[in-house]
Design a protein around this ligand. Sequence first.
Ligand SMILES: CC(C)(COP(=O)(O)OP(=O)(O)OC[C@H]1O[C@@H](n2cnc3c(N)ncnc32)[C@H](O)[C@@H]1OP(=O)(O)O)[C@@H](O)C(=O)NCCC(=O)NCCS
Length: 260
Amino acid sequence: MFWNHVDSQGTELCCVGLKPLWADIYGITYRGLEAHVPMEVWRTFLNHALTAATEQKAGKVMMRLEQKGLAPQIAVELKRLGFVHKLERVEFKTPLADLQGEEGTPLTWKTAAELKWSDRQIADLLLKVVEGDPEDDLDGDPIKYIQDWLNDPELTCGLDCVHVGFMKDKIAALVVPQVDLKNGWSRLAYMGVHPDFRGLSLGRWVHRHGFAALREQGGTSYHGGTSSLNVRMRRTFEASRCVPYRTLDEWELSLTQEKL
Ligand SMILES: CC(C)(COP(=O)(O)OP(=O)(O)OC[C@H]1O[C@@H](n2cnc3c(N)ncnc32)[C@H](O)[C@@H]1OP(=O)(O)O)[C@@H](O)C(=O)NCCC(=O)NCCS
């Protein structure tokens, strides 16, 4: 659902929306940060989004606010509504045709479908590779977190999208390529190297396998990001020659009542 503000000609100036992300987590989407729109309009729309989130029984609401235009004023409003600043995020957007192939990789890959893995086995590998990620959104429940890898209403999904990397016969990495087949937009829903294999610059080979898998699925544009604090992943984006796109602040509001 969304709410938009138009000028006298009916042209949209700004728009705020609410959409389910995964499990009971919802995201506030928006357009029009740079339009001349009174803060009162944003305030009203943010309140509409929170009311809708409460009606949907959301546990958490997130907003990734790009650092431009009205963002500083909106940040004040988010704080007033009880949101906390979680992290700064850097994003990259690059045509997949410009990204490297995986010739020469030391890794071999199998999908969770080929391995006949259960949700539990995928979740257990996720719990290992997520160690040390400053952007860990698991909230202690990896099974819930992987549900949009397995059942996504808009992107390719399922056990074929969960790729497990091996070094000789040892599990060394995970990457989850997903594509929006309507327009070729692509993401790696998650990637990580098992802690036993960190420090060997394997991340770039995991990245490259992800690019190859996205191309194979029909992806054309890769959109990725990480916390500004995730130095190793930022280095991996640089090594992959991904093109910097934007910087955002991630805000979060918990709607779950703490029970005593
Ligand atoms: C991000 C990740 C995939 C990178 O894996 P990796 O390739 O094994 O990482 P490395 O330790 O080899 O480091 C990668 C690069 O960062 C550099 N680096 C590591 N620590 C650094 C630091 N503190 N400052 C600067 N550079 C650093 C390394 O030198 C290396 O650069 P190089 O390859 O040019 O020599 C891995 O750390 C991981 O799985 N992290 C947890 C999950 C995660 O954060 N996933 C990303 C979610 S968006």
